[in-house]
Design a protein around this ligand. Structure first.
Ligand SMILES: Cc1cc2nc3c(=O)[nH]c(=O)nc-3n(C[C@H](O)[C@H](O)[C@H](O)COP(=O)(O)O)c2cc1C
Length: 186
């Protein structure tokens, strides 16, 4: 597959089949991520591949945050459990963390590099017949979520990436043509 085809076919995948994703497949994806450009070769990415119980715990942290907005205690419990169970049922999930830096410049460069790594991973997944969904949010710095992933001191989660076999190929979301955002400067 040409890289341009993978770019065109990539989608944020919300529904995965039950096919398990092997360790070898995940290793291939992580290896693609580490080939991303990164200034001064800081290799700022840290990957936490979450098993079912860790996914459940991460989902519980997210569910608890959603449940806070619900008044009815029973409905709040159901929300927590549902989100946790949905996470446990995912084929696979990677929490992507970054090594934090005191330097604003390094922080920005490293964050960019990690996100480029995630895009590498997402495109490699397409080539392998897999799909990804990148997710972020305030939950990433919640101690319960950090604990679920086992993220170390001096690191912060910048995204979680769900990986699995897509149930369907959804149409691409409409984008403006590049022309709308481009200025050609003489
Ligand atoms: C940095 C980043 C964070 C994202 N966070 C979320 C998220 O928290 N929840 C979610 O449903 N999608 C999230 N997405 C996916 C975007 O919503 C998605 O890429 C966008 O709707 C375009 O759809 P596509 O990826 O299928 O082209 C995120 C994407 C990026 C790049």
């Amino acid at each position: 597959m040409h890289v341009t085809e993978a770019i065109q076919q990539r989608r944020s995948v919300k529904r995965f089949t039950d096919r398990p994703i092997s360790r070898a497949e995940l290793e291939t994806l992580l290896s693609a991520a580490t080939l991303a450009p990164n200034h001064k070769l800081t290799q700022p990415w840290r990957f936490y591949v979450l098993g079912p119980e860790a996914r459940y715990a991460y989902g519980l942290a997210l569910g608890a945050r959603k449940a806070k907005k619900i008044e009815d205690p029973q409905a709040a419990r159901t929300m927590r459990e549902n989100v946790a169970n949905e996470h446990r049922a995912l084929p696979s999930m990677i929490a992507v963390a970054i090594v934090t830096s005191e330097s604003p410049e390094t922080s920005e460069e490293d964050y960019a590099a990690v996100m480029m790594g995630i895009q590498n991973l997402a495109l490699a997944a397409v080539e392998m017949g897999l799909g990804t969904h990148i997710k972020t949010g305030a939950v990433m710095s919640d101690p319960a979520a950090r604990g679920a992933a086992g993220v170390r001191e001096g690191e912060r989660i910048v995204a979680v990436v769900n990986v699995g076999e897509p149930v369907e190929m959804t149409p691409a979301k409409k984008r403006e043509a590049a022309e709308a955002f481009t200025t050609w400067v003489a």
